[in-house]
Design a protein around this ligand. Structure first.
Ligand SMILES: NC(=O)c1ccc[n+]([C@@H]2O[C@H](COP(=O)([O-])OP(=O)(O)OC[C@H]3O[C@@H](n4cnc5c(N)ncnc54)[C@H](OP(=O)(O)O)[C@@H]3O)[C@@H](O)[C@H]2O)c1
Length: 282
């Protein structure tokens, strides 16, 4: 499977999400094992955020990565919009670094935008980058207009990724956001790539076309969803799992090559967007 270039690094197209992880002492060891199963089997990118469990997910990731060479991991965290000011962003970043037991992030994202002007956030992100505390920065949940605005700001050309919800049932970004990001060589970091374990209501695991394609590839529907999300070489999918077996299963999806016929069949049920669609959030 071809790796995806993100901020100048070639990374495996499936990473690890960590939302709702690290919250319970009883499952801590299993969740450490889940993350290490990923790292032991080719995963580099781990996605976390100061928001997840108010820092619990970052602490879990910090523990999990300790035995690994830091350069082999591509660590992504996110700052809350309310902390994305010149004054508060450096504080949030230092706290994230402390919880992650590291002295730099590979990528730091604005989780979503609220009241703090993007100018101010970009200035704070650039300062952190110049200090070496982050190798690169990007955004999350920004649609075309806001992303365009960011790119035009001083330093905005250093925006290296946009993390958005993307899966077979949510293809809206293919109409305009993906083409724009391709133009700027900015990969998609696809969140909820298996529609949150098919709990968002799309009933993907019950869909006949997906079941048939899965059967043909001796795979599960979840694996087909992941293989589909990374099919174009410009997307890193970040499925979350607290279960080491699920993590391994998800990684194996990177070996599945969907045929033109598979993709056409998928398009008949989940068509490519032909007009602008509002960005779907969590
Ligand atoms: N930027 C943002 O605003 C934003 C928003 C949402 C999410 N995210 C990021 O994206 C990550 C992934 O998104 P998500 O957590 O919403 O949804 P997801 O990855 O689509 O689905 C996660 C769910 O799927 C289950 N699962 C994973 N692999 C499985 C498998 N092989 N078989 C059966 N069940 C499986 C997990 O349960 P088990 O633990 O039991 O495997 C979990 O309940 C998050 O963890 C977070 O890092 C970012």
């Amino acid at each position: 499977m071809k790796k995806v270039n993100i901020a100048g690094r070639e990374v495996f197209p499936i990473g690890l999400g960590t939302m709702n992880m690290g919250d319970k002492a009883a499952t801590f060891d299993q969740e450490v094992a889940a993350i290490r199963t990923g790292l032991d089997n080719g995963v580099q990118l781990i996605d976390t955020a100061e928001m997840y469990g108010s820092g619990n997910a970052e602490k879990l990731v910090g523990s999990a990565i300790q035995p690994y060479t830091r350069e082999d991991v591509f660590l992504v965290s996110k700052v809350l919009p309310s902390n994305a000011s010149k004054k508060n962003l450096p504080v949030s970043l230092d706290q994230s670094l402390k919880r992650l037991e590291t002295d730099y992030l590979d990528l730091y994202l604005l989780h979503w935008q609220e009241d703090i002007p993007l100018e101010e956030t970009v200035e704070a992100l650039e300062k952190a980058r110049n200090q070496g505390k982050i190798k690169a920065w990007g955004v999350s949940n920004l649609d075309v207009d806001d992303l365009d605005y960011v790119i035009d700001l001083p330093g905005g050309e250093n925006c290296k990724a946009n993390q958005v919800r993307y899966n077979i049932a949510n293809r809206g970004i293919e109409f305009d956001l993906v083409p724009m990001m391709n133009k700027y060589h900015m990969p998609v970091i696809a969140y909820s790539p298996i529609d949150r374990g098919d709990s968002f209501g799309a009933n993907l695991t019950k869909q006949n076309v997906l079941k048939e394609i899965a059967e043909k590839h001796e795979a599960s529907v979840f694996q087909i969803l992941l293989a589909w999300s990374i099919r174009n070489g410009n997307t890193i999918a970040i499925p979350q799992s607290s279960n080491p077996d699920h993590v391994l299963h998800n990684i194996e999806a990177a070996d599945i090559s969907l045929t033109a016929e598979d993709l056409q069949e998928i398009d008949t049920v989940y068509p490519e967007p032909v007009s602008k669609q509002r960005l779907v959030l969590w």
